[in-house]
Design a protein around this ligand. Structure first.
Ligand code: ATP
Ligand code: MG
Length: 224
């Protein structure tokens, strides 16, 4: 097995002096290609901070991060953004959809960022939306959707272009049990199709769906 994610001695500090918070504290973390890993831990334990760094959205104060064999810390901003858009799909609690674009446009846009081929883009977006059960909502704008429907748009968007890594931060946090089951089913399908999944969750029955559970406390991995 080869590592898709290889994090060593990672530290992320916020603020300075006596107010400094060590959100991530000398953390080692590795995920092999094809794994489905759940990250659990109490509120404030550093899960989202870690996820932001895994997603190349934030940079560590110190330590190293290799993504698909590439040392992320060595890249220019432009190359890091390129690696992110080619490699990672996001389903984040706080990852907003563009409010003035239709559902199908929101999904198509992920391929624009990913520089996927233009031909067939709309058809691929519609197919991804069919998979998440939203074929009847293609032309609506996100503000007219329910929370669960919006999250399913985010899953469809993350699916497009089949990025090797799917990062999810509380993907079912705001959903009822039926919608949770359908979003989790989709994530499992993505994993079965060969993509690597890392998912943060508070819910233990959600975490139990993963192949491996990693527990965080005080910015460190305490159990894996
Ligand atoms: N931008 C920031 N500035 C200052 N402190 C921050 C910042 N982001 C996170 N922190 C702090 O880092 C710690 C870890 O936060 P993080 O968001 O990673 O926790 P979490 O495990 O995701 O929690 P939750 O389960 O509530 O989402 C917290 O104490 C938080 O206050
Ligand atoms: Mg969080």
């Amino acid at each position: 097995m080869t590592a898709l994610i290889d994090v060593r001695g990672l530290t992320r500090t916020f603020g300075t002096g006596s107010h400094a918070i060590r959100a991530i504290d000398d953390l080692d973390f590795r995920v092999d290609r094809g794994e489905f890993v759940a990250i659990v831990g109490s509120s404030g334990s550093g899960k989202s901070t870690l996820m932001n760094m895994l997603g190349c959205l934030d940079q560590p104060t110190s330590g190293s991060y290799h993504l698909a064999g590439v040392d992320v810390g060595e890249l220019s901003d432009r190359r890091r953004a390129g690696l992110r858009s080619r490699t990672i799909g996001f389903v984040f609690q706080s990852f907003h959809l563009l409010p003035h674009n239709s559902v199908v446009e929101n999904v198509m846009l992920s391929e624009v960022y990913r520089r996927g081929p233009r031909a067939g883009r709309r058809e691929r977006a519609e197919a991804a939306l069919e998979l998440v059960g939203l074929s009847h909502r293609l032309e609506q704008v996100p503000t007219t959707l329910s929370g669960g429907e919006r999250q399913r748009v985010a899953v469809a968007r993350a699916l497009l272009g089949q990025p090797p890594l799917l990062l999810c931060d509380e993907p079912t946090g705001n959903l009822d049990s039926t919608t949770t089951a359908s979003v989790l089913g989709l994530i499992e399908e993505i994993h079965r199709a060969g993509q690597t999944v890392v998912m943060i969750t508070h819910e233990h029955d959600v975490a139990a769906r993963a192949g491996r559970i990693v527990e965080m406390a005080d910015g460190q991995v305490v159990a894996a």
